[in-house]
Ligand binder design. Structure first.
Ligand code: ADP
Ligand code: MG
Length: 344
């Protein structure tokens, strides 16, 4: 087996997500975890990356902007996305005493992406110094990271809910059999909270506040507790700062619409699943990954609507990164790896 170890030793796995970028190194685990955000000045000079840049969102002085270079799971601002990836990969290669400078890189892409979008990622990875690029589909990487038996002749269903996209996929024998990819995920939930506060309470809030409300008070399924949270924002009538108290029940109402879309994507995927695989999924359950998996009660909502047991993967935010890394380092995923090789 030692030759196999040698063959599969050099790669790093990357999850370039709309919300977060993670890098996984074999034997070391997730070594980098940063928000996918850059800050730059009016001459497009990059000032900060990751957490440092995220802290600037909505708080920048004139001439400085902080933004996310990915939107809906794909690269929207190519130059900034490339610079960000290069910075993060550089930090990992530079800091870890790596014996190589141009590693093999496996980086997840949403299953619905176009060739143009795929090409943008490939180019960014190559410019970041990859010797060989693999572009596995995110649900496959997520399933591997969640520990599902993707190479076996059995059906596994994964739902990966990130910032920009929700990916639903049924996997068997190292391939995706049926899938759905919708551009409704964590960001839409934040936007739904913004819309609700505006409509019902005439209160304007920013994206970060909306996300904070989602973390503290968000839920997808009825709960006994109905705790409250004081939200500060701008009164749309007077234009003055104001505090509004909202309850868990209200936030659930606000989130209902985008969550229906997620449930429908799951149902439509199940409907298109061949019977043998559907039976496997009914027996073994559906697995949730991505940050959206952490929304309280989402597992219950989906289980209730589909009548299939639903489980949240261990460390759902890290599954895609772990999966891309494992693909490179573990021989049992060789077929998945070969299928995702990009010739450039
Ligand atoms: P991406 O793959 O798009 O980068 P992630 O898998 O990193 O996305 O998940 C980020 C999303 O998960 C964000 O929309 C964030 O608000 C959401 N999220 C993270 N933690 C929680 C939580 N505890 N409850 C609800 N949503 C969460
Ligand atoms: Mg993701």
């Amino acid at each position: 087996m030692s030759w196999l170890k040698g063959y599969f030793r050099r790669g790093i796995g990357v999850d370039l997500g709309t919300a977060n970028t993670l890098i996984y190194v074999h034997g070391q685990g997730v070594v980098l975890r940063e928000p996918s955000v850059v800050a730059f000045d009016d001459q497009n000079r990059l000032l900060a990356y990751g957490e440092e840049a995220r802290a600037m969102i909505g708080r920048t002085p004139q001439g400085v902007r902080a933004m996310r270079p990915l939107r809906d799971g794909v690269i929207a601002e190519a130059t900034f996305a490339e610079a960000m990836l290069k910075e993060f990969i550089g930090r990992v290669i530079g800091n870890r005493g790596f014996s190589f400078q141009s590693p093999e890189i496996a980086i997840g892409v949403p299953s619905g992406v176009t060739d143009v979008e795929k090409n943008a990622v490939r180019k960014a990875v190559r410019n970041a110094g990859a010797s060989q690029t693999y572009l596995p589909e995110e649900p496959m990487a997520a399933a591997i990271g969640a520990g599902l038996p993707v190479s076996e002749p059995t059906g596994s269903m994964i739902i990966d809910i990130g910032g920009g996209t929700t990916e639903v996929a049924v996997i068997s024998l190292s391939g995706i059999v049926v899938n759905a990819s919708i551009r409704i995920a964590g960001d839409e939930l934040n936007e739904a909270i913004i819309r609700y506060l505006k409509k019902v309470h005439s209160l304007a809030i920013g994206e970060r506040t909306a996300e904070e409300i989602k973390f503290r008070l968000g839920s997808a399924y009825k709960t006994v507790e109905n705790d409250k949270y004081d939200v500060r924002g701008l009164n749309l009538m007077s234009g003055l700062p104001r505090t509004v108290t909202i309850s868990r029940g209200e936030v659930r109402e606000a989130l209902a619409e985008p969550l229906v879309a997620v449930v429908e994507a799951v149902q439509s995927t199940l409907e298109r699943t061949p019977p043998e695989l559907a039976a496997d999924i009914f027996n073994r359950g559906i697995f949730l990954t991505g940050g959206g998996a952490l929304l309280q009660g989402l597992d219950e909502l989906i289980a209730n609507e589909t009548e299939v047991p639903v489980f949240i993967a261990e460390d759902p935010l890290s599954c895609v990164a772990i999966g891309t890394g494992k693909m490179l380092s573990e021989p049992s995923y060789r077929r998945v790896l070969e299928q995702s090789l990009v010739h450039s």
